[in-house]
Design a protein around this ligand. Structure first.
Ligand code: FE2
Ligand code: FE2
Length: 231
């Protein structure tokens, strides 16, 4: 699979893979790309071009994960990207999935316990995921920021390096949600809504796997390295 480079037109990236558009938005880069290249637009928006390309290429190609290069970026850059990704999930992906599940429920016959079970399962999943994000934003990310910016203050922070174990649950439960829908949805439903819902769940699953991989394989090793330096 091709790897995008800084000389590519930004339009080209979206033409090749339209699901890159939300990732590009996450960097604050807006449409109206004109004929500008990746490098020109990154410069215009004050974005680190190499980091942008590492993220976009990782997202585009599941076999591409430039671990050494990603580890070389500042943990602050990684944390900033992870926060923006949370914001995108919270304000867009999760409400979108919830709305589609609700519309699907409305399109099925009343007194339908299977569909209610799907909705209840999703709401519980969402609650756990939001708690996980909150924990990262209130504990993990500030810990990393302190470690980089004010390492002498690090003793004042409580931090459990095992937090990433939760990622396994995040992945599995999304699988369970898909299986519930595929196996137990009653046959009378709005198929357009159903198709759109499955598309969104698969899209979200891929996105959040990349996100968790960034936390597990990049951010945590960076923290371990910084801690060694501090000690
Ligand atoms: Fe996260
Ligand atoms: Fe996470």
């Amino acid at each position: 699979m091709q790897e995008f480079t800084k000389g590519d037109k930004m339009v080209h990236l979206v033409q090749v893979n339209y699901s890159l558009l939300p990732v590009i938005h996450r960097f604050g880069i807006r449409l109206g790309f004109g004929n500008r290249t990746v490098q020109e637009l990154c410069k215009l928006y004050g974005v680190n071009t190499d980091f942008f390309l590492a993220i976009v290429n990782t997202f585009h190609n599941k076999n591409f994960f430039p671990e050494t290069q990603l580890l070389s970026f500042s943990p602050l850059l990684i944390v900033d990207y992870l926060k923006k990704t949370h914001a995108y999930y919270v304000s867009f992906s999760l409400p979108q999935i919830e709305d589609l599940i609700h519309r699907l429920l409305l399109s099925t016959p009343q007194q339908n316990s299977e569909m209610k079970m799907i909705e209840t399962f999703y709401l519980a999943y969402k609650r756990k995921l939001l708690e996980h994000f909150k924990e990262e934003e209130e504990t993990v990310f500030p810990y990393v920021e302190t470690l980089v910016l004010r390492p002498s203050d690090i003793q004042n922070h409580n931090f459990d390096a095992n937090y990433e174990k939760e990622h396994e649950h995040v992945d599995f439960e999304l699988d369970d949600l898909k299986n519930l829908i595929l196996k137990y949805l009653v046959p009378e439903y709005d198929e357009l809504v159903c198709n759109k819902l499955m598309e969104e769940i698969y899209r979200f699953e891929k996105d959040i796997r990349d996100h968790s991989r960034m936390e597990d394989a990049i951010l945590m090793p960076q923290v371990a390295h910084l801690l060694k330096v501090v000690k």
